[in-house]
Each structure stands twice: as C-alpha cells, then as structure tokens.
Design a protein around this ligand. Structure first.
Ligand code: ZN
Length: 107
C-alpha cells in the first residue's frame, strides 16, 4: 500500500517509461501555489514560479505586476493621483493600499 505521505491530494503522479520498456509511476509533491494579490487575495493571472521561464513569462511587466491584481493596481494609481492633486488626504487611502500608494507619490 502507498505510504501515508503519498496519499495526499498535494502529491502528483508522474508516469515515466524505464529503459526496460515498463512504465512506472513516481509520486512527486505539487510545486508551489497559485499567486495571490497582496491586497484582495484574489488569484493573479499570467504568473508562474518556474525559474527556467523568461522573466516576461513569470509575471506581468506593469507596475506591481506579480504583487497586485489589475484592480488593486488601478486603485493605487488613482489614489496616488488624487493625493497629488489635493482632492484626497493621505489618511483617507485604504490602509492595505498605502504601502503601494506612497512610492507613487514620489514619482
Ligand atoms: Zn487585488
């Protein structure tokens, strides 16, 4: 019987053909997790953890790509512009977005 560590759903089965021509099943741990937005915890699209891929295939190349989703990035940019214009105070910005809004104010 399979050992207890390999009975989990986080174990993937890999079929490999041996030099003798028989097929064996290796059990390997599933690599990594889905990348999540730092603010809303939603899934990030177009992200990958494999270091063998080119950098442009591992995360989007826009500002905060790979950290924030497109909705939260848009919010951060809008809040930064409003604070710059003076129509909004820095204290009114959502507390989770503040670390992403502050660097945009310096630009
Ligand atoms: Zn988000």
């Amino acid at each position: 019987m399979t050992s207890p560590k390999n009975r989990s759903n986080s174990v993937r089965k890999v079929k490999r053909r041996t030099p003798q021509g028989t097929t064996t099943i290796y059990k390997r741990r599933v690599k990594g997790m889905k990348h999540a937005c730092a603010v809303c915890k939603g899934n990030l699209h177009a992200t990958h953890s494999l270091p063998s891929l080119p950098k442009s295939a591992r995360h989007p190349t826009r500002i905060y790509g790979g950290n924030l989703c497109h909705m939260c990035t848009g919010k951060a940019i809008i809040y930064a512009q409003r604070v710059k214009d003076g129509s909004m105070q820095e204290t009114e910005v959502e507390i989770l977005l503040l670390p992403y809004v502050k660097p945009l104010l310096k630009k």
